[in-house]
Design a protein around this ligand. Structure first.
Ligand SMILES: Cc1cc2nc3c(=O)[nH]c(=O)nc-3n(C[C@H](O)[C@H](O)[C@H](O)COP(=O)(O)OP(=O)(O)OC[C@H]3O[C@@H](n4cnc5c(N)ncnc54)[C@H](O)[C@@H]3O)c2cc1C
Length: 438
């Protein structure tokens, strides 16, 4: 696996030096994005297939786990009819036959629950009140969490189920691959973040600073969405969109296209959202922008004079070397890191500067993504029962195991490092399952 050399900076911060948040940039983007991560593993698995060591059973949906003489050694389920559906699109769920497989060990790696909104709502953390009426799916429909219930039925302990990582910057994909498909904006620090009524979110809830803190604030606001207000100069430099399809240059490993993105006024995938996105309003003047914002939601909550006051107050601080606007201070701080200065943080300027226009407003929805709880395991990825004893034969890894252990990332996660937990817990499970035979 190879990595893009500029380190990404997520979850910049809480309230003070001892609080949560990162004081250093922390994660790399893989060269080739998701497919680039999978490729080296796929190569080895296919070598195993060629040697007769591995059998692949596509279109097999597991619906049950069973034990023989105490040890979990049986997997049952349904074989779905063959499908030529494109990658990412829904395939047929037509069942053609049942199946049963036996093995000395079973490793559950079925992922999280984010595609199953009923389960997300049922497990929604009490501290966040009622789940939002509208949520977008940041994961495909197959991330349905049903295997967690199946494993539980077989005796596994499912813990920390209310630990979830939902993003607060979700936009409806204008070109959806799966149902309710939302894309997460990975924002730089300059956009003005406003609640549904057009009031700025409180310090330190700036873009890219504190996902759970922002989610908590939004859930307390009585509205399930917020707004970014910015301009073309900011969107061109600061909007990165999550997902392999949204980053064809990195996914396609094209140095030329990566350089092209850095040089473009607005990268093509972002421009496509400006042109077609249901959550986007792009206008030359503020009054028209407000009319557009109110048309997007249909609730008429944004007042043009109030919004002008918010933006003008912030814009005045750009020229003030002693600024008391902490977001403006944070923008200067971000630009102290060369990677951000080059490709992630626009030079401070007035949002209402016509030369930086047009103005842009983006409605932001809650987007389901990661499950931080899951099947409880020990350090060898052996699944534990509610009594804390290993369930013989059963292992779990990846997001199904809360990225390891049943919640190795805690409540606040280590944003950007989820795959690390998947790979390490998978390795632990594989080694332990192999050792158990010898
Ligand atoms: C758009 C996007 C961007 C992301 N960006 C990052 C990032 O930048 N950094 C990071 O660290 N993480 C990121 N993640 C998260 C990370 O990709 C996932 O947490 C990780 O891929 C989970 O891997 P997994 O193998 O545990 O589960 P999955 O990749 O979800 O795989 C589970 C598999 O199990 C199969 N399955 C489920 N149930 C059954 C069943 N009953 N029978 C048979 N098969 C079943 C599914 O079909 C699927 O193939 C991102 C996720 C998304 C969606």
């Amino acid at each position: 696996m190879r990595i893009f050399p500029v380190v990404g900076w997520a979850e910049r911060g809480g309230y003070d030096a001892t609080g949560h948040g990162n004081s250093v940039p922390r994660f790399h983007i893989t060269w080739g994005t998701g497919p680039g991560v999978v490729a080296p593993f796929e190569r080895r698995v296919r070598e195993g297939v060629a040697k007769g060591l591995v059998q692949l059973r596509f279109r097999h949906r597991v619906t049950g786990l069973a034990r023989t003489a105490g040890a979990l050694d049986t997997v049952t389920g349904e074989i779905l009819e063959p499908s030529g559906a494109e990658r990412g699109t829904a395939s047929s769920r037509e069942v053609t036959a049942p199946f049963e497989l036996k093995a000395q060990a079973v490793i559950v790696t079925s992922g999280g629950i984010g595609g199953n909104h009923d389960l997300v709502r049922a497990q929604w953390p009490e501290r966040l009140g009622t789940p939002p009426a509208k949520m977008l799916s940041g994961v495909p429909a197959h991330v349905d969490g049903l295997m967690l219930g199946i494993a539980e039925k077989a005796g596994a302990h499912h813990i920390n189920r209310d630990r979830m990582w939902h993003y607060t910057e979700g936009i409806e994909n204008w070109n959806p691959i799966w149902s309710r498909h939302g894309i997460r904006i990975l924002p730089g620090p300059s956009s003005l973040w406003l609640d549904a009524r057009g009031k700025r979110l409180p310090v330190p809830l700036f873009p890219g600073f504190d996902t759970l803190g922002t989610l908590e604030h939004i859930m307390g606001s009585g509205h399930g969405y917020t707004w970014f207000v910015l301009n073309q100069r900011i969107i061109g430099k600061e909007f990165a969109l999550s997902g392999s399809e949204q980053n064809p240059d990195l996914t396609g490993k094209s140095v030329r296209d990566v350089i092209g993105r850095a040089r473009a006024d607005v990268p093509a995938p972002v421009k496509a959202f400006m042109d077609h996105g249901a959550d986007f309003v792009v206008e030359k003047d503020l009054d028209a922008l407000v009319r557009g914002m109110n048309a997007v939601t249909g609730d008429g909550l944004i007042d043009a004079a109030e919004l002008r006051r918010e933006i003008t107050a912030r814009d005045r601080e750009i020229a003030n070397p002693f600024t008391k606007d902490l977001q403006v201070t944070a923008i200067h701080g971000a630009r102290a890191y060369l990677g951000d200065r080059l490709i992630r943080t626009a030079k401070p300027h007035r949002i209402l500067d016509p030369a930086a226009g047009p103005l842009i407003a983006v409605r932001l929805n809650i987007l389901t993504r990661k499950s931080l709880g899951g099947l409880e395991t020990d350090l060898s990825s052996r699944v534990l029962t509610a009594e804390g004893t290993p369930l013989p034969g059963l292992y779990a890894a990846g997001e199904a195991a809360g990225f390891g252990g049943g919640g190795v990332h805690g409540y606040r996660s280590l944003e950007g490092t989820f795959l690390g937990g998947c790979i390490f817990s998978g390795r632990a499970a594989g080694r332990a399952a192999a050792d158990a035979v010898t």
